[in-house]
Design a protein. Structure first.
Length: 85
């Protein structure tokens, strides 16, 4: 590996996240998109919705229940986690 670099993928991602946030990017790690929000007129992507959490297998609300939220933006980037899902 002479002349090549070896680095930690997690440290690289952490550094890239810091750089992006300094440029005004909002990053929401740990929240998977459950739905793509579309503009009814243009069909363009307007954001994503997160899934409700704290649901029992039968669909009832556990004490830890939290409603999912809609995150709307001018630009939406869809990406897989650094290690996949």
């Amino acid at each position: 590996n002479e002349g090549n670099y070896i680095l930690s993928l997690s440290q690289l991602c952490r550094w890239l996240a810091t750089e992006a946030e300094e440029l005004g990017v909002e990053i929401y790690p740990g929240f998977a998109a459950s739905e793509v929000l579309l503009d009814e007129k243009t069909g363009g992507v307007t954001g994503i919705a997160t899934r409700d959490v704290g649901l029992a297998k039968d669909g009832s609300h556990k004490p830890t229940f939290e409603r999912g939220v809609e995150l709307k933006a001018r630009q939406t980037l869809f990406a897989e986690g650094a290690r996949g899902s």
